[in-house]
Design a binder for this molecule. Structure first.
Ligand code: ZN
Length: 326
């Protein structure tokens, strides 16, 4: 290939994901907790996590990447060995509590590692005008335009929120309750990872005081973009602890961030949380910052940052909600 043509092709391929434009969008994004460097790091973490292929049943590489990132925050692996062949590819890691809160019930944070098998992360692109990650073939009729925003955006929110809390408070040695991170495999083919954990490793869920899953499309039966943070919870649960406390944290956060929020019952029973043991308080989950359901996916950098911000507040304050409910 002639030199010029080669340069052209290379720049066209690179142009599909203009990392300078991503950095500019992250720098311009508003945030309650993340400075510009942390916002850029969150957007870059999202790109890194999306680019690791991992359809249902093939999550080994993404599990290893998440394990590495969580280890850097002092998390230790929870053993999930057993005699099963073809067990789902799950990751369970625990961050021990510190000080007075070390024996407090744990906060469980959950998202799913797998993407749809037909996802094509190689088509991840960025629209500088809207600040959206999108699928380069989203306009092609019939093309399954998922790049893996479901649920790598949720995984990214969990990891980056923990990183921010670790950086801002845990490294100062301040007391905090334990945190359990469950990143599951094979969610998209019948919650297999979560079901396996509940059935064969019920001890993992012991001592959990609140479980928060980050999953589900942000714009599904909501008033997006007016509402950019969505809690899914039943009417009955919304009025009782610990869920009412979490909704209080969400409302206060949305006020600080100047962002609209809502709560919905759409999505109840349709995620990992539905397979967790009935004793696990998993009645409330947040939607992930991904729009489109398994096609025409979009993830806006600003929404990613809003969700990391929200989870930072939940991690920092949830134990107060549990305390009030006792
Ligand atoms: Zn999902």
């Amino acid at each position: 290939m002639a030199g010029l043509a080669c340069v052209l092709v290379t720049s066209l391929l690179a142009g599909a994901l203009d990392t300078n434009a991503v950095r500019a969008a992250a720098t311009a994004a508003r945030s309650v907790h993340l400075d510009a460097a942390a916002r850029i790091a969150a957007a870059e973490a999202f790109i890194d996590l999306v680019r690791i292929p991992g359809g249902s049943g093939s999550e080994h590489a993404i599990r290893a990447a998440c394990q590495q990132r969580l280890s850097e925050l002092g998390a230790r692996g929870v053993p999930l060995e057993g005699p099963w062949t073809n067990a789902p590819v799950n990751l369970a890691m625990r961050i021990d509590g510190v000080g007075d809160l070390a024996r407090h019930p744990a906060l469980l944070l959950n998202a799913h590692l797998d993407t749809l098998v037909i996802s094509s992360p190689e088509h991840l692109s960025f629209d500088a005008a809207t600040g959206d990650f999108f699928h380069a073939k989203e306009s092609e009729a019939g093309f399954p335009s998922s790049f893996g925003g479901d649920d790598r955006s949720g995984v990214c929110v969990v990891l980056e929120a923990l990183r921010q809390v670790h950086r801002s408070t845990w490294t100062q040695g301040r007391p905090h309750p334990p945190v359990l991170v469950l990143l599951t495999g094979s969610e998209e083919i019948g919650l297999r990872g979560a079901r396996h954990l509940a059935r064969h490793h019920p001890g993992v869920f012991e001592g959990v005081g609140l479980s928060i899953t980050v999953d589900g499309p942000l714009d599904y039966e909501t008033a997006y973009p007016k509402e950019r943070l969505v809690a899914v919870v039943s009417e009955a649960d919304a009025g009782r602890q610990p869920y009412s406390g979490v909704l209080g944290i969400l409302a206060a956060h949305a006020g600080k961030a100047g962002v609209g929020w809502s709560r919905s019952e759409v999505g109840l029973g349709k995620g990992d949380f539905a397979a967790f043991p009935s004793t696990t308080p998993a009645g409330l989950h947040f939607r992930s910052p991904v729009r489109g359901w398994h096609r025409r996916e979009r993830v806006q950098v600003q929404d990613l940052v809003h969700h990391v911000d929200l989870l930072v507040d939940v991690i920092a304050q949830w134990h107060r909600a549990v305390e009030r409910g006792k």
